[in-house]
Design a protein around this ligand. Structure first.
Ligand SMILES: Cc1cc2nc3c(=O)[nH]c(=O)nc-3n(C[C@H](O)[C@H](O)[C@H](O)COP(=O)(O)OP(=O)(O)OC[C@H]3O[C@@H](n4cnc5c(N)ncnc54)[C@H](O)[C@@H]3O)c2cc1C
Length: 584
């Protein structure tokens, strides 16, 4: 069991909660007749609705989802186009104030996220970073940790204080696309449905589904249509807009003949991986003793991989939010488990943390329902539908939070969108350029992350073996071989596709050297035998390669011994990487 290990960016803590409701009245009102399934919302405009038709109210910019990506997109657009308006819709209530201590004092209530350089740079670019930094906690590995909802709270406050006349925030409304090329392809038409219940729920980690598309949706009884020149979908793992994009292509392809299909290009699709390594989690409020450092992340795991525990500081007073990850199907991966048995499990597997939890806390953890991590998903081969609608953030690429890349890459998407706007002369051009720049990146991010989360023996091949090889080769030949994939992902200035390419190159080089090493080593042994026999020396180059191969193989075996001691977790790798970084 590892203790006192600084994990970098794994940051999870969650509990659904509710806050005061505030909403903005819709401009048109329709009657909602059926359940709001995609693209078949039946709305019957009232007299009001007819008087404010969608043509009359064409908006400049509309953003679906007021999470980190949606709100930062709104700020980016407001800065870029000071004379334009931006409408943002979110199905939840407004976020809590980032400085309301009554809200944040319950440390196990919200999940924490770690913001690395990718996210920090994006927030800095739009003038929000200082405000985020004020309410976040700096970890020793340069990551800033704060609850996801607090980040959203900062962005929300920033909008209200700086762009109230440009950005209109609408909470308690769910949006469904209707037509991606409405009004002769000059607009996107959407239906906005008022939510009956706007209880603020964790958007990414639905208790039932792992935050996937089938998670709970608003009950609605009122809808209205709206059009916009540009639609940015940042609706997270609910993925309502991406699903509609996918359906739109399915419908389009149905009407095509074989010849047309041949030239139509690949349809827009959401790649939905089945989660074959699913873990569920429960959050644990924990206070560390006075003689433990209050700025470290603490983690531990069982050798058999049954339990993983990661605790991140929630404040500087020693209060931590721990996350207990358990394999799905485990007896404790459920609500209402037996508190006595649960205590026994903690005593057995996490004794150093178990002593910090009183019986009341243990009983509450045993009782509460589990939360799921999101599953791997990416959309492609493009991130747009038509000329005026694009997706970014979690709805374009969803990864498990082990490597702290979800929010970071979502915020980075906004920077790339701005670059695309800068490099083009019209919205359609910018939409297509953004898609071109970011679609491959989304795919690479998800594919790389998934390779690091494969179960069993496959996990050894895709996660542990590459780590071993990277740690040896980048140490012996640092100018030739890059560090392991996880630390590469955190680096600034390298794209996810670049990481993938670089690692493929490294792998080829490693295989070539190991192959040559084995060949040289064998040749060398033969030579030595022959030399001993004949008492003569031959080819010194072969001997050098042979010796090098011998060193590599010996080193490999040594590492293998370490990594195969037990079930290794992503946190271990981050720990090793970050330890090295902090020593520099
Ligand atoms: C437990 C956990 C830990 C994590 N830790 C980290 C970490 O350490 N580092 C990191 O970088 N990332 C982390 N993440 C991931 C991070 O939270 C997400 O990547 C990030 O929140 C994505 O931002 P987003 O704006 O794209 O989507 P979201 O944050 O999901 O926001 C989407 C918003 O859209 C709204 N919405 C959805 N559908 C509709 C609709 N049809 N109409 C209107 N509104 C809609 C939702 O209500 C929500 O507010 C973690 C995630 C989880 C679950």
């Amino acid at each position: 069991m590892g203790l006192f290990r600084a994990t970098a960016v794994i940051a999870l803590c969650l509990a659904p909660t509710s806050y005061g409701f505030s909403s903005i009245k819709p401009q048109t009102v329709g009657v909602y007749r059926s359940s709001p399934s995609l693209l078949n919302v039946v709305s019957e405009p009232s007299t009001d609705a007819q008087s404010i038709s969608s043509e009359n109210v064409k908006n400049d910019n509309l953003i679906v989802g007021a999470g980190p990506a949606g709100l930062l997109s709104a700020i980016m657009l407001a800065k870029k186009f000071p004379d334009q308006k931006i409408k943002v819709f979110d199905r939840l209530d407004p976020p809590p104030s980032p400085t309301d201590e009554n809200v944040w004092s319950d440390v196990a209530k919200f999940y924490l996220i770690g913001l690395g350089s990718r996210g920090q740079n994006a927030l800095r670019q739009y003038g929000v970073w200082d405000e985020v930094e004020d309410v976040a906690l700096q970890s020793p590995v340069m990551t800033q940790v704060l609850p996801r909802d607090k980040l959203v709270g900062v962005l929300h406050k920033h909008v209200l204080e700086n762009y109230a006349d440009q950005i209109e925030l609408n909470y308690g409304y769910e949006v469904y696309p209707q037509d991606f090329a409405a009004d002769e392809n000059t607009a996107v038409r959407l239906t906005v449905a008022k939510c009956d219940s706007t209880e603020r729920k964790n958007p990414s980690a639905s208790a039932k589904t792992g935050g996937d598309e089938k998670s709970e949706i608003c009950d609605v009884d009122e809808t209205f249509d709206i059009t916009a020149n540009l639609v940015i979908a940042a609706d997270g793992t609910a993925r309502t807009v991406a699903n509609a994009m996918e359906q739109s292509d399915v419908d389009k392809f149905k009407t095509m003949n074989a010849f047309q299909k041949l030239f139509a290009g690949q349809p827009f699709k959401v790649r939905r991986y089945i989660d074959d390594n699913r873990r569920v989690y429960k959050t644990v409020p924990m206070k560390i003793p006075d003689d433990w450092r209050p700025d470290l992340n603490y983690s531990a795991r069982t050798k058999d991989g049954r339990i993983n525990y990661d605790a991140l500081p929630a404040d500087r007073n020693g209060n931590y939010c721990g996350v207990l990850l358990v394999k799905e199907g485990d007896e404790f991966a459920a609500s209402d488990t037996d508190p006595i048995k649960f205590r026994a499990l903690l005593d057995d597997t996490l004794p150093q943390f178990s002593v910090l939890l009183d019986d009341e806390t243990v009983a509450a953890i045993a009782k509460k329902p589990v939360s799921f991590l999101p599953s791997f998903r990416y959309a492609g081969p493009r991130l747009n539908q038509g000329d005026r609608a694009l997706i970014l953030g979690d709805c374009a690429h969803t990864v498990k939070p082990y490597f702290g890349l979800g929010a970071n890459s979502a915020l980075e998407d906004v920077v790339v969108l701005e670059e695309a706007i800068d490099e083009t002369k019209s919205i359609p051009e910018a939409v297509h350029l953004f898609s071109k720049k970011r679609a491959k990146e989304s795919e690479s991010l998800v594919k790389i992350s998934r390779e690091l989360d494969r179960p069993g023996k496959l996990g050894f091949l895709t996660f542990i073996l590459p780590l071993i090889l990277d740690s040896i080769f980048s140490k012996i030949l640092p100018k030739v071989f890059a560090p392991n994939t996880i630390s590469m992902l955190q680096k600034e200035g390298i794209t996810f596709t670049g990481v993938r390419r670089r690692k493929r190159f490294d792998r080829l080089g490693q295989v070539a050297i190991i192959g040559s090493g084995i060949y040289g080593f064998t040749a060398c042994v033969k030579l030595i035998i022959r030399s001993i026999a004949k008492a003569t020396g031959k080819n010194s180059g072969t001997i050098t390669i042979g010796l090098f191969g011998g060193v590599v193989i010996a080193s490999l075996l040594k590492k293998l011994a370490f990594f195969t001691k037990g079930n290794i977790s992503p946190a271990d790798v981050l720990t090793k990487t970050n330890d090295k970084e902090s020593q520099k």
